[in-house]
Design a protein around this ligand. Sequence first.
Ligand code: MN
Length: 307
Amino acid sequence: MTTSTTTQSTTTNKPARPLTRIVPAASTIEGGGFEVYRPFPGSVIDWLDPFLLLDEMAPNHQKPGEAIGAPPHPHRGFETVTYVLQGEVEHRDSAGNHGVIGPGDVQWMTAGDGIIHSEMPSTRLQTDGGVLHGLQLWVNLPASLRRTTPKYQGLPADQIASVDGDGWKAEVVAGSMFGVRGPAATHTPVGYARVTVQPGSTLRIQTPDRQTALVYAFDGVGVVGDESQRLEAHHLAVFDRTGGDIALAVPADEPTALDCIVLTGEPINEPMARYGPFVMNTTGELEEAINDFNAGRMGSIPATGTT
Ligand code: MN
């Protein structure tokens, strides 16, 4: 992994990275029937190389005995990154990985050559009920790595790099931001941080030039860019790739903090073909993925033992 070193500064006279647009997330129903806010892919933006999809699993009140999640399904050709904000997600996959992730924990899964996994509320959440809220990002892989061996990185909250300043704090999951490096191993340069900004606070986030740069807000209201454009919850700010710091602030009269994620990524610049849970370079490779899945060549989730 190579990522340029960046640091955070709050005072600069340089212009901020230009804002391209602010996109509202569309509300849609996924998996076993839970609501997600999806800024892309959608009618406005298909993808933002190297990012293929961003979902906010809406705060979902699970009743005791309910198990609304994503039962076993395949993926090939990319990575799924899950960040739990509230509740617990239990993951099982055909490579034999199993993990329960809770608030602040991250799961970085490389589907690569092909995997079957399930993403469900944890047994405890299914029994007791409670709120599930989280984010899922899909990160593309270059052609040379699409069929790499599947991999699972469970990143507990206490291993994620925390940094704070005057009226803000950040959890850096991947890449270098705010002068710290996140623990996730990535295949191409990707930055991922959760950032919380208090009312009346302003910050500049140094991000690598010529990379995709995004801010997705999931709680509160902020302003972005030199023109202080309003960014509400469930909206995505897309910045110009040329470069510059991301300017982020929260007006002093806002009642709550802005809670958001900041994403940066080096474009892979290859053709992309996708069909549901498969992402490849060509439609021929997609057909191969569908055939491999139908023939059982992506394996199956091992039966759970009784304890
Ligand atoms: Mn999945």
